[in-house]
Design a protein around this ligand. Structure first.
Ligand SMILES: Cc1cc2nc3c(=O)[nH]c(=O)nc-3n(C[C@H](O)[C@H](O)[C@H](O)COP(=O)(O)O)c2cc1C
Length: 206
């Protein structure tokens, strides 16, 4: 290889390396700028859902900072640590709210927020994120139908355990016309969250 060609190749590689370096720096910068915004949006969405489930006069502590974390992949549907938001009034446990994942949605995992009163009855459930089909599975969204309100006030006991299913499977919850998979997945996830609560209720506010 002659000297000129070699110098040309070295200069071209240098320019290429510089270009790649700049591109990587831009990507890292954009990511660092976007990630906190996504996290902040998630927090805002979570806070809106928390306050939707929990009447403001029912607690007097700083809910967002009275938290603990727990990992329970089998019952909460995620291997990641889950934050428990603990509501108290005059120091006494009122409710606990936490995310759970329904892994068996029609189009993948469905993120849920579940609120349970200290006595084991459900405050309510909200769908935080899903990819179910519009007009079919998306009826789990509170903005689309009231289906999710069918959980309010319910609890899981040894005598009603078999009722925790959609009607098509012999349970007490409606399915949707032409869409059983989505509500079935949500009912199963809420039931598991209640099993988690019943097993750990003594420890949750400590
Ligand atoms: C394009 C398409 C999208 C669908 N989306 C959903 C959905 O989001 N949720 C759901 O439960 N079923 C959905 N279904 C229907 C399911 O395949 C299934 O037939 C339905 O849940 C009824 O289940 P079942 O036969 O156990 O009652 C969809 C079907 C098609 C063809």
């Amino acid at each position: 290889m002659n000297r000129e060609l070699l110098q040309h190749l070295i200069r071209a590689s240098g320019r290429m390396a510089l270009f790649i370096g700049i591109a990587v720096a831009i990507l890292v910068g954009v990511r660092q700028w976007v990630e906190p915004k996504i996290e902040a949006a998630h927090q805002a969405e979570l806070l809106a859902s928390l306050t939707e489930l929990l009447p403001p006069d029912s607690y007097d502590n700083d809910l967002l900072h009275d938290t603990s974390t727990i990992t329970a992949p089998n019952l909460l549907g995620t291997g990641k640590p889950v934050t428990l938001y603990r509501a108290r009034k005059q120091g006494k446990p009122v409710a606990v709210l936490f995310e759970a994942v329904a892994p068996e949605g029609y189009s993948g995992p469905i993120r849920l927020l579940i609120g349970i009163r200290a006595d084991g009855h459900l405050l309510g459930v909200r769908v935080l994120e899903h990819r179910e089909t519009p007009g079919l599975g998306d009826k789990i969204e509170k903005s689309k139908t009231d289906w999710v309100d069918s959980f309010v006030g319910r609890q899981l006991t040894p005598t009603n355990e078999s009722q925790w299913a959609v009607k098509k499977d012999g349970g007490m919850f409606d399915q949707f016309t032409g869409a059983t998979i989505t509500p079935r997945a949500v009912v199963k996830a809420v039931k598991k969250a209640l099993i988690f609560f019943n097993r750990n209720r003594e420890k949750l506010w400590n």
